[in-house]
Design a binder for this molecule. Structure first.
Ligand code: ADP
Length: 288
């Protein structure tokens, strides 16, 4: 293929965690406002037992990155695709499910619920499916509130928290449900730089613990290279994976992101990605 989209791999013994087969999404089809957000999008994320993959997605604004995440989440505002198939563990996606959790850029917690109530919300909603007692829900909620460093804040409401703290609540709300696929749409882009770095470090620790597959859209090349096992660079709309970077220096969770990001081998990859991004922005084809 001219671009770096990975093809479905029929030799894989376990069904892929996520597979997009020739997915297209056209908005306002048949009207003057018709817009092709995604076209012929094919990729496959294999199941890596005992560990998930972290895929960071970069691309020009409006190229369909959020559309991809929302389709995979099965959100009714976007789902289904105009054509093509989306599979999770070999089963066609039919709508939202607790196997997929989303963290948005904007603070998405319920304003009228406390931190504890927000984190418990998803488990309460899915109590029967998850089989938790009320006591277990409380215990798990507190455990995750502690993991994201908010143990002193469980009785507060979202408006009483800083931006970084609100995103910690969003992470805890999602991760407490132990989704095997975590979708993140620019989760840290509204945060100041020190808070963002702190959140990157925390996410790295938590991700190693939850062993989920992550697809994260970001505008920050450094963030993509720091967190990603693979970085996908999207073309302008209709969005496709124009180039994949997978030879990325492994981040050492013991190191502060700034130390890691200051290293020569890290900066070299950032420069390669940035150069490919500049070509896409200029509308030039990028070599695979
Ligand atoms: P990105 O996340 O890459 O910035 P999006 O996936 O949000 O891009 O959007 C891709 C394109 O689809 C944009 O041009 C956007 O205007 C369009 N789009 C997104 N949602 C809708 C919608 N509900 N109706 C019509 N067009 C939409």
């Amino acid at each position: 293929m001219s671009n770096q989209e990975s093809k479905p791999n029929n030799a894989t013994p376990l069904p892929a965690v996520v597979e997009f087969r020739d997915v297209c999404k056209v908005w306002n089809a048949g009207t003057r406002g018709e817009f092709k957000a995604l076209e012929h999008l094919n990729f496959c994320i294999d199941d890596l037992p005992g560990k998930g993959e972290f895929i960071a997605i970069l691309g020009p604004s409006g190229c369909g990155k959020s559309t991809l995440l929302n389709l995979l989440a099965g959100f009714h505002e976007v789902f289904p695709p105009t054509s093509g198939e989306i599979l999770v563990r070999g089963e066609p996606v039919q709508g939202p499910g607790i196997d997929r959790g989303m963290v948005f850029q904007k603070y998405s917690s319920f304003p009228h619920l406390t931190v504890l109530q927000n984190v418990a919300f998803g488990m309460r909603l899915n109590r029967e499916k998850m089989g938790f007692s009320h006591a277990e829900i409380l215990e798990r909620s507190r455990e995750w509130i502690k993991k994201v460093g908010l143990e002193a804040h469980e009785a507060k409401y979202p408006h009483q928290l800083s931006g970084g703290q609100q995103q910690r609540v969003a992470l805890a709300r999602t991760l407490v449900l132990k989704p095997k696929i975590i979708l993140m749409d620019e989760p840290f882009s509204a945060l100041d730089e020190p808070t963002r770095l702190e959140m990157q470090r925390m996410l790295m620790d938590l991700w190693l613990e939850v062993e989920a597959t992550v697809l994260m859209v970001t505008h920050s090349i450094a963030e993509a290279v720091f967190l990603g096992d693979r970085v996908w660079l999207f073309s302008h709309a209709p969005g496709r994976i124009q180039k994949e970077f997978n030879d990325i220096p492994k981040a050492d969770p013991a190191l502060h992101p700034l130390v890691m990001q200051g290293r020569k081998e890290f900066q070299e990859v950032v420069e390669q990605v940035a150069a490919a991004f500049r070509e896409i922005e200029k509308g030039k084809p990028v070599k695979g």
